[in-house]
Design a protein around this ligand. Structure first.
Ligand code: PFF
Ligand code: NA
Length: 448
């Protein structure tokens, strides 16, 4: 079976472990380390974690598995992959629109993901200087506002990151992303375990954090919390954007896709919980604000680091790990845009890479300037960064998730072997996903 529209010989991951490295590299990112702990903090801890886990099992994981199947059957170019699978099942080419939607979402996310990755890079550099005995690292609300007010540092950070990330995606999935993730994934894992041990050993608050994370306070739940949990389940697993579709295209025919999908979903959740178990003990030990929102990572936590023994080294490890997580998600987002540009314009390799990086650089610059020089710039009453975040997580991702669920339930699941797995995917994709997503959309218009 050859794909006549794109290259006829599809390269493969050098091993299935490399798929796990790349796919969990895509999944694990700012969503786990920056967003998850603060939305848990804002929504009352354990009850929200349970709600999120329900969304993950009922919708996130089944969609992740579905997307990977579409990629393996349809190839590594999002719109063409949907079209190919649709036509083979006697359905309309219009399903190709899901590829365009996914790539559009990826480009919108890149506009703020690149900027926040830049902040993480700036903090990592600061802690590196501090750890080597230089100036004190950034900490506290003033330092954070000072960074936001300074467009130059942020623009330098975004530009450097995009230069490196652009080089990686120029070499495509197996030549670029795989070769980077081969080293980044194990290094990240080592940093994470080392930090968990350090936190458990130095703060004395590990158990408190554990209780906070897992003791459910159901009174803190609301329709809004459900929306947030659902949107986050998509965002954190990188589903609905065709990134998993692309990585799935490089799997061999013998790969057990459901098992790989569950492994990636479990790793993503495990790492989000590990990140929270690193962050909250520090927050509790120094009485820092737990519902600090987006500032948790950039204001509360760095202040905690400066109070810990070996705090500069700790801060450096933390921001380097976070940076690696963000970077491996950034290259996943960029490759979606590159592949989509390749299939929908005459551009190929270097041209498509340049256009992808160029568009991201421009949108990242606009978002950066909206934080300082152009701070009157708002859309629907939100600053640009929040607007892009809200537009993608709260609206576009659920919409594309709904489309993908319906497609996979019709065009992929019927071909599967009968058994519990097929029933699970069927129930989740045909019933739970559409009902859950429609409820979510309704909850935006009606106050329950
Ligand atoms: N899953 C990433 C996170 O949790 O930060 C975000 C993301 C990366 C979304 C890559 C989509 C994607 F293709
Ligand atoms: Na994630």
């Amino acid at each position: 079976m050859t794909d006549t529209t794109m290259s006829s010989v599809q390269p493969h991951w050098s091993s299935r472990l490399m798929f796990i490295f790349a796919a969990s590299g895509s999944a694990v990112g700012l969503g786990n380390i920056w967003k998850f702990p603060y939305i848990v903090g804002e929504n009352g801890g354990g009850a929200f974690v349970l709600l999120y886990l329900a969304c993950l099992i009922g919708l996130g994981a089944p969609l992740l598995i579905g997307e990977v199947f579409v990629g393996r059957k349809g190839g590594a170019y999002p719109a063409s992959a949907f079209i190919k699978v649709a036509l083979a099942k006697g359905r309309t080419r219009a399903w190709g629109g899901l590829g365009a939607l996914g790539a559009t979402i990826a480009l919108l996310i890149l506009a703020f993901y690149s900027v926040v990755s830049g902040w993480v890079g700036i903090y990592a550099a600061d802690f590196a200087v501090a750890a080597m005995g230089g100036e004190a690292a950034r900490s506290g609300a003033d330092a954070f506002s000072a960074m936001l007010a300074d467009p130059v540092a942020q623009l330098v950070a975004v530009s450097l990151i995009l230069l490196v990330a652009g080089t990686v995606i120029y070499y495509d999935v197996t030549g670029g992303i795989q070769e980077v993730m081969r080293y980044v994934a194990p290094f990240f894992a080592i940093l994470l375990v080392a930090m968990l041990l350090m936190v458990a050993g130095t703060t004395g608050k590990f158990v408190d954090a554990f209780v906070y994370m897992f003791r459910p306070d159901f009174s803190a739940l609301s329709a809004a919390a459900f929306g947030e949990a659902l949107g986050h389940a998509f965002f954190t697993l990188s589903v609905g954007m065709c990134g998993m579709l692309i990585y799935g295209a490089y799997l061999d025919d013998g790969a057990n896709i459901p098992r790989l999908g569950f492994a990636v979903a479990a790793l993503d959740t495990g790492i989000a919980i590990a990140a929270a178990l690193i962050i909250f003990p520090i927050v509790f030990a120094f009485d820092l604000e737990q519902g600090a929102g987006p500032g948790l990572l950039f204001i509360a936590l760095p202040k905690g680091f400066t109070l810990l023994p070996y705090g500069n080294l700790f801060g450096l490890s933390f921001f380097v790990a976070t940076f690696l997580a963000a970077f491996s998600s950034l290259i996943a987002l960029l490759i979606i845009a590159r592949h989509w540009i390749e299939e929908s314009t005459p551009l190929s390799g270097s041209g498509a890479t340049l256009l992808t990086v160029g568009v991201t650089w421009v949108s990242g610059t606009i978002v950066t300037l909206s934080l300082n020089m152009w701070d009157h710039l708002t859309l629907f009453g939100l600053g640009l960064l929040d607007f892009f975040d809200e537009l993608t997580s709260a609206w576009l991702l659920p919409a594309s998730g709904l489309g993908m669920a319906l497609f996979v339930a019709r065009a992929v699941v019927p071909d599967m072997q009968d058994g519990p797995l097929k029933s699970y995917l069927n129930i989740c994709l045909s019933y739970i996903a559409p009902i859950g997503i429609l409820l979510l959309i309704a909850s935006k218009f009606i106050d329950f």
